[in-house]
Write a protein that binds this ligand. Structure first.
Ligand code: SAH
Ligand code: SF4
Ligand code: F3S
Length: 450
């Protein structure tokens, strides 16, 4: 089987979140075990895959524009197979629309459940005239897939697939299915293997990592899983994405405090500061509960960083509700925030809600929010000037061989100078004295390797 496809080249273009990036690594792994090799660029590919994101309209528009631009390439190279997959493709109406709009251009459309079926789908797409579509929600599991990782220092490891939260604005539960935890043994085996291969950092992936294990028959929690993973040899840092503020237990805070590999970075999407809006969003916590969680974390782990996601312009968001979001941002002082303008996703409850906020007003609110958050991010970074931070070296920064780049345990980027008498290797942990800040990164000077 592998022989037949020898020399065929693939190229994957990925949109969206880490989950999607990691799915592309699984797709690459499948293709390589089928004998494909990676193409240098899309012009050079025999198979071009576009892995899409549906979380906001803007993400979808980017994908549509990109696919449209592939037409001249396909005309020049008609034997090239073009496939569209991922979260956009998983939606029935969108898959049908893509099939019609990009007839004779897209050969295969497959959803997030179909990744393990890719070899057969490719065969079908080669044999058949017209577009092949597989958006069946049958989950065959992914344990056997040999993932082809992009990086050799940091690795993503899925711990749960899907989401059961149904936040009222969000499309993810509809395109990724119900929450499904991986067996802890499989996760542990994968992380141990990564440690042996020389990876230094793992990021555990799930839409709501805190609910890990709830669907399994055995007794296991996210806190217990972290405790086990903290023992794995070779791995120096453990991160996770995303944790839901509703399910963050005291036990979990303690495990993070005590686990020397578990980074003190909490990404806790707040989404909105008003209780009325939080309830309409179906988030399952109040502003008071969220504040309580933040103070517990800061009490237990004073040097931690807290980051968040915020949405402005959710249906019915009044000036007062928005002021509540601003108030939370001022009180909590997040290290940084991803800020989004609410985007109507067809099929979600919020899309049917009345009082959609006018675009102009959403734009005004997001500008106010971004200004405030940038100021806070900068002030917090200023406070770090003079401190000594543990940095995992990721490589050389730009042209200058003596300037390195890496991240702190709290996930801040640090660019730093080291003496030119020796070279630092990617994957080394070192101490860096912070000397200056910019909004998005810190600058410093190498002290010593640890
Ligand atoms: N599971 C994660 C993240 C999912 S999507 C979580 O629960 O936090 C990443 C972010 O996109 C969300 O946190 C939310 O802030 C944003 N988002 C999701 N749907 C959106 C929509 N319809 N409009 C605007 N932002 C949205
Ligand atoms: Fe979407 Fe909410 Fe699930 Fe996150 S927790 S993926 S925001 S439904
Ligand atoms: Fe991720 Fe976008 Fe899908 S954010 S889960 S790729 S909709």
């Amino acid at each position: 089987m592998a022989k037949k496809d020898a020399q065929k080249r693939y190229f994957i273009i990925t949109f969206g979140c880490q989950m999607n990036e990691h799915d592309s690594e699984a797709i690459a792994g499948i293709l390589e075990s089928e004998g494909y090799i990676r193409a240098e660029d899309k012009e050079d590919a025999d198979l071009l895959i576009v892995n899409t994101c549906a979380v906001r309209r803007k993400a979808e528009l980017k994908v549509l524009a990109l696919i449209g631009r592939l037409r001249p390439l396909k005309e020049k190279k008609p034997e090239m197979l073009i496939a569209v997959c991922g979260c956009m493709a998983q939606q029935k109406e969108v898959a049908e629309y893509l099939g019609k709009r990009f007839q004779h251009l897209v050969d295969l459309i497959f959803g997030t459940f179909a990744i393990p079926r890719l070899p057969e789908l490719l065969q079908e797409a080669r044999d058949k005239k017209g577009t092949v579509i597989d958006i069946v929600e049958v989950d065959e599991g992914r344990e056997g897939i040999l993932v082809k990782r992009e990086d050799d220092l940091k690795a993503w490891v899925t711990i749960t697939y899907g989401c059961n939260n149904f936040c009222s604005y969000c499309i993810v539960p509809y395109v990724r299915g119900r929450e499904k935890s991986r067996n802890p043994k499989d996760i542990l085996r994968e992380v141990k293997q990564l440690g042996k291969e020389g990876f230094k950092e793992v990021t555990l992936l799930g839409q709501n990592v805190n609910s890990y294990g709830k669907d399994l028959e055995m007794e296991i929690t996210f806190a217990a899983l972290l405790r086990e993973l903290n023992k794995v040899e070779g791995i120096k840092r453990i991160r996770y994405m995303t944790s839901h503020p509703r399910d963050f237990t005291d036990e979990l805070i303690e495990v993070i405090r005590d686990g020397e590999k578990i980074c003190e970075h909490f990404h806790l999407p707040l989404q909105a500061g008003s209780n009325r809006i939080l309830e309409k969003m179906n988030r399952g916590y109040s502003r008071e509960r969220y504040l309580e969680l933040v103070s517990k974390i800061r009490e237990q782990i004073p040097d931690s960083a807290i980051t968040t996601d915020l949405i402005v312009g959710f249906p019915g968001e009044t000036e007062e509700d928005f002021a509540d979001t601003i108030d939370m941002v001022e009180r909590i002082r997040f290290d940084s925030a991803f800020t989004f303008v609410y985007s109507k996703r067809s099929g979600t409850p919020a899309a049917e809600m009345e009082d959609q906020v006018p675009e102009e007003e959403k734009k005004r609110r997001i500008a106010v929010l971004i200004d405030l958050q940038n100021r806070i991010t900068r002030e917090l970074n200023e406070n770090l000037v003079g401190s000594v931070q543990e940095v995992l070296v990721e490589g050389v920064k730009g042209e200058d061989p003596d300037t390195y780049t890496g991240r702190t345990r709290t996930n801040k980027i640090v660019n730093f100078k080291a003496d030119d008498s020796f070279a630092l290797a990617k994957g080394e942990l070192c101490l860096v004295k912070i000397e200056a800040e910019q909004t998005w990164n810190l600058n410093g000077k190498y002290l010593k390797t640890i």
